[in-house]
Design a protein around this ligand. Structure first.
Ligand code: SAH
Length: 249
């Protein structure tokens, strides 16, 4: 690796395991006509691996000017490097049907995931490295979290693998976890702002019974026992309850 100073504030932990880089790329199922967006190109480890595939176009988002300079040294006509904040980027500006990947900066990993949900319309598949704890939360192995419901409403999620901290330079405090998001086929039209607000509300004070947050009448109408708590609800329950609530407005 080049002699470059890595910046903690930008969550710069370079993934140095060739095997893991290859696995991320293979999980993206890249075909000839694909447009791929990579989040946080850094020194270009994953970028170079992606460029070995027959993809049509690779757009790399990076926030740090010194990393952008490095990325721009990679010679490939298919590569475009943009100085963008990946938590605010309009992913649909890259293409109508794209794939997203990246070894995400952990400090803004959840914000980037939220942005990916907001842009789900044009994202078919995403393979992302996040901190293991967040990745596990998203695939809903543990008690649900609002962001997991938010993501799983639009994408089928799968845990690909854990990646030990020693595979990164400098070594982060926590292990990583790779997840794969595949857009669902029949997605409901949902107002994302309202849906997020609804989820945050229902997940607040999670030990309280649902009837303390939403009227019993609405809960019964959605076929949900008002004495349950948020952790008892299934993904379908959340969507049904949201639709009943919206229908009542
Ligand atoms: N993909 C590289 C580097 C990953 S480290 C590798 O695995 O080798 C995460 C990268 O994301 C860093 O280069 C950091 O500068 C960049 N980054 C941090 N915050 C960002 C943001 N908000 N938007 C885009 N890139 C960001």
């Amino acid at each position: 690796m080049q002699n470059i100073k890595l910046d903690k504030a930008y969550g710069q932990h370079i993934l140095v395991s060739k095997g893991v880089l290859e696995k991320i790329v293979s999980e993206l199922e890249i075909e000839e006509n694909d447009t791929v967006v990579e989040v946080g190109g850094g020194t270009g480890n994953l970028t170079k691996e992606l460029l070995k595939t027959p993809l049509k176009k690779l757009t790399v988002l990076e926030i740090d000017p010194k990393m952008i300079k490095l990325l721009e040294e990679i010679e490939d006509e298919r590569l475009e490097v943009l100085k963008e904040d990946a938590s605010k980027f309009d992913y649909c500006s890259a293409g109508e049907s794209i794939k997203v990947t990246g070894n995400l900066p952990y400090n803004v990993g959840s914000l980037i995931l939220e942005r990916i949900v907001e842009c789900h319309r044009c994202i078919n598949l995403a393979v992302l490295m996040l901190q293991k704890e967040v990745s596990e939360k998203i695939v809903m192995d543990k008690s649900p979290h609002w962001l997991a419901i938010y993501v799983n409403t639009f994408f089928d999620t799968e845990y690909v693998m854990s990646v030990p901290a020693r595979f990164f330079v400098p070594r982060p405090k926590v292990d990583g976890g790779v997840i794969k998001l595949r857009k669902k086929e029949n997605i409901e039209e949902i107002n994302l702002k309202k849906y997020k607000k609804f989820l945050l509300r229902i997940f607040s004070e999670r030990r309280k019974k649902l009837k303390k947050k939403i009227s019993e009448e609405i809960l019964l109408k959605a076929g949900i026992d008002p004495n349950l708590r948020v952790e008892n609800l299934s993904l379908e329950d959340f969507i049904r309850l949201y639709n009943v609530l919206e229908g009542e407005r």
